[in-house]
Design a protein around this ligand. Structure first.
Ligand code: NAD
Ligand code: TDX
Length: 357
């Protein structure tokens, strides 16, 4: 078992400058004061150091946090990092995460999601890391018809997109390292997240910022596809529960118990920001578009004591409020200025491994 909240431990969070990873870093800083956290991120387009700008400097000064720029698919770099830092645990969020980009070009998805996970698993095994949580997605199960029961952990893996196929490959690798090498690996599979700091290429933040700016709201197909929405903080609490209490070699599903059709979500966002529904445009459908996701999280409830705490209504309202209150954050993403802070931080992040010696 890994360290609990009462004892100290050193944890590597990969992808901690992205949407879910940065929310996870915040959660650990707030609720696990004894832990030392290392945030490893390549700083791709999806990363934004501003996500942690209000909490990172103080945590760093207190010796509880440090950032390392690095590529999870770089075996020498990862081996060196793991040897130097002697992590107790890994929470692996880093990935290429956007389905539409995987349709345009699959190569970065295979490299980061499949090869990167294998490289990290090898580095962690070599260094004797005690627990490895691999953060995955419900999309590995494929999709459901309207009347089919929700995905359980026993549902066959049947991915539809290059993104979900790459995540499925990484899940299989993680579970194979448990079976073959006896590594203490836990896999989590969560439904669609929304909340603060989500990059405005995903449905909910894209619709919020487009509606706020009076831009068109592009709905794929007829907007009939169904997603199960979960607030990012609930997902992060699930990952933490899996890290602290999950059984090695097991998979845990997390969901929000909030299935909604895309068109309903977009209409609600338009209303919430006071924009006209006439901004909605039905556009060409995504190839291979999954029809419906629904998650059965009975196992996480029974074994981890986890349930989602926010309703979709509460979570969406809070999220719309966050984007209203943080216009500067998304305007800097939209005009590209957020890359300046990524480049600045990258220049000193390179020293992270040396600093560990
Ligand atoms: P994101 O795209 O917002 O962030 C990904 C982060 O990983 C970025 O900071 C990026 O710089 C980093 N990264 C990418 N390639 C890297 C590499 N080669 N080396 C190191 N860092 C790299 O993604 P997200 O939405 O926060 O998703 C995080 C994880 O959660 C992913 O594994 C994703 O599959 C999974 N997930 C996401 C959702 C969702 O709804 N967003 C739902 C379920 C599971
Ligand atoms: O402009 C859009 N219009 C639209 O109709 C976009 C960006 C999306 N959509 C639709 C496609 C999906 O049915 O909205 C739904 C949600 O789309 P995304 O936000 O791209 O998410 P999805 O493809 O469902 O995948 C997400 O959830 C699971 C994350 O991006 C993945 O990383 C996660 O694993």
């Amino acid at each position: 078992m890994v360290k609990t909240s009462t004892t100290a431990g050193r944890i590597l969070v990969t992808g901690g400058m992205g949407f879910i990873g940065s929310n996870f870093v915040r959660l650990l800083l707030a609720e696990r004061p004894g832990w030392e956290m290392w945030n490893l991120d390549l700083l791709t387009y999806a990363a934004n150091p501003e996500n942690l700008a209000d909490v990172a400097p103080a945590a760093e000064a207190a010796g509880r946090y440090r950032f390392v720029r690095g590529d999870v698919a770089d075996p020498e770099r990862m081996a060196e990092l793991f040897r130097a830092a002697r992590f107790d645990a890994v929470a692996h969020f880093a990935a290429e995460s956007h389905v539409d980009r995987s349709i345009a070009s699959a190569a970065p998805f295979v490299r980061t999601n499949v090869v990167g996970t294998q490289v990290l698993l090898d580095a962690a095994r070599e260094a004797g890391v005690r627990r490895f949580v691999h953060v995955s997605t419900d999309e590995v199960y494929g999709d459901l018809e309207a009347d089919e029961p929700a995905f359980t952990e026993a549902t066959p893996i049947r991915p539809s997109s290059p993104y979900s196929a790459s995540k499925a490959g990484s899940d299989h690798l993680a579970l194979a390292y448990h079976r073959t090498h006896g590594m203490d690996v836990v896999v989590t599979r969560c439904s669609n997240n929304y909340g603060p700091y989500q990059f405005p290429e995903k449905l909910i933040p894209l619709m919020i910022v487009n509606a706020l700016e009076g831009h068109p709201l592009p709905v794929y197909g007829r907007g009939e596809n169904v997603r199960d929405w979960i607030h990012v903080e609930d997902h992060c609490r699930g990952v933490l529960a899996a890290l602290e209490g999950g059984r090695g070699g097991e998979v845990y599903n997390f969901g929000g118990a909030s299935e909604r059709r895309n068109l309903e979500v977009v209409r609600r966002i338009a209303r919430a920001v006071g924009a006209s529904e006439e901004l909605i445009r039905f556009v060409t459908d995504r190839p291979g578009h999954d029809r419906r996701y629904a998650i059965d999280f009975a196992k996480a409830r029974a074994e981890l004591g986890w349930t989602p705490s926010r309703t979709f209504d509460e979570g969406l309202e809070a999220t719309v409020r966050w984007y209203l209150d943080n216009r500067g954050w998304w305007q800097r993403v939209r005009d590209g200025a957020y890359r300046t802070s990524a480049e600045m931080i990258a220049s000193w992040g390179e020293t992270g491994v040396e600093a560990a010696r």
